[in-house]
Design a binder for this molecule. Structure first.
Ligand code: NAI
Ligand code: MG
Length: 352
């Protein structure tokens, strides 16, 4: 189990240290950790946010645990030297096309959600978003028409193989977790969505154990906040996934609890190559103070065990330990509590 640990800057090193301690406490066979500099930490040492050495460490590993980047000391730098280029560069160089964003309201934390508590309690879903295609990457431009009016356009398209590979990621996730799969599109008006739907139905034939339904994106947005309990795994394209994943995250109401995965095509011995990171940033306002909530990164490590190493049991154990810690009232400042980074990490390991 080769894991590249890239802590980054700000609270990144603090939260990744706790996630690494959780992994080390599990007695995993052949666990080998490598480390590399990214973001502001890399800029200060190497003059670039994503050094070649770091990219090499990421390539030889089976999975990457990424903290966060966004050092404000680098704000004045040219775009290509900014810390954020590190995560964009990793995604691009490593072909990470599948973004997995779980959103879950833990028992006892329903009051943090902007949703009514009885509805929030049913929110526990996984959004699988395609990340490298769709309208963001199509032909685009602006022009002045013959009437002298300005016009902008962006072409939406998906190739069959792009839909097929993201569909496999979502079906595998649904199969492992025993959850139903909802494919979200706009097939009533978009040809791209019609192809999407056809390909998803073809892929479904390979997963007879998974229940599949289709939903238009406008309806899905309503359902996520009115009947979130009807969702298990949600499969969708880049544009719809961008919006729905932020919607679902906001519905949870606590940024320090939300993990993510970005998966590539390469298969490892027991799963899929991927990068795992909390969805929050480097939180410069609290960096270096031992206040950051490490739960999102610990939950990202659980996702890593599930998707890159085929260790569903260990992933579930970590998630259960996090749920118990929260239910026991051990909360960080972001959740209205007073526990620090190290205390929260230790509490999770005790419950493990
Ligand atoms: P942020 O997520 O870093 O912080 C937003 C607010 O949430 C802050 O008040 C922060 O203290 C709090 N917060 C975030 N994570 C927390 C945690 N684990 N525990 C307790 N409180 C937490 O977003 P912000 O402030 O907009 O961005 C800061 C920097 O991070 C920027 O440079 C931004 O570009 C970068 N960023 C990097 C990301 C990444 O590395 N993938 C993702 C998002 C932002
Ligand atoms: Mg977004």
């Amino acid at each position: 189990m080769k894991i590249a640990v890239l802590p980054g800057d700000g609270i990144g090193p603090e939260v990744t240290a706790e996630a690494v301690a959780v992994l080390e406490s599990l007695a995993l066979p052949g666990l080998t950790l490598f480390s590399g500099d990214v973001g502001g930490a890399a800029y200060h040492r190497h003059g670039v946010p994503l050094p070649d050495e770091t990219l090499e460490v990421a390539r030889v590993a089976d999975a990457i645990l990424f903290g966060a980047v966004g050092d404000p000391a680098c704000d004045a730098l040219e775009r290509h030297l900014r810390p954020e280029q590190a995560i964009l560069g990793l995604r691009k160089h490593l072909g990470l096309f599948a973004n997995l964003r779980p959103a879950r309201v833990f028992a006892g934390l329903e009051h943090l959600s902007p949703l009514r508590t009885d509805i929030a309690g049913g929110l526990d879903l996984l959004i699988v978003r395609e990340l490298t295609g769709d309208v963001y990457f199509g032909a685009k431009g602006q022009r002045v028409t013959d009437d002298g009016e300005r016009e902008g356009w962006d072409a939406m398209s998906y190739a069959e193989h792009e839909v097929r590979r993201i569909a496999h990621v979502a079906f595998r996730a649904a199969a492992v977790s025993g959850q139903p799969l909802t494919s979200v599109d706009k097939a009533n008006v978009l040809e791209t969505s019609q192809l999407w739907r056809d390909v998803v139905i073809e892929v479904a034939a390979e997963y007879p154990g998974v229940t599949l339904d289709h939903m238009y994106v406008d309806n899905a947005a309503m359902q996520v906040v009115s009947h979130p309990d009807r969702f298990g795994v949600v499969l969708t394209g880049n544009l719809f996934g961008d919006i729905l994943s932020d919607l679902a995250s906001a519905a949870v109401g606590s940024i320090g609890l939300l993990p993510s995965a970005s998966l590539g095509e390469r298969q490892t011995a027991h799963g899929t190559y991927g990068l795992y990171e909390p969805i929050h940033g480097s939180a410069p306002d609290i960096a270096g103070q031992g206040k950051a909530n490490p739960m999102a990164t610990i939950l990202s490590a659980a996702m890593m065990l599930r998707h890159s190493f085929g260790r569903e049991d260990d992933a579930v154990r970590i998630e259960a330990a996090v749920a118990r810690t929260l239910a026991d009232g051990i909360l960080g400042g972001d959740l209205g509590g007073s526990h620090g980074t190290a205390a929260i990490g230790a509490a999770v390991r005790e419950r493990l």
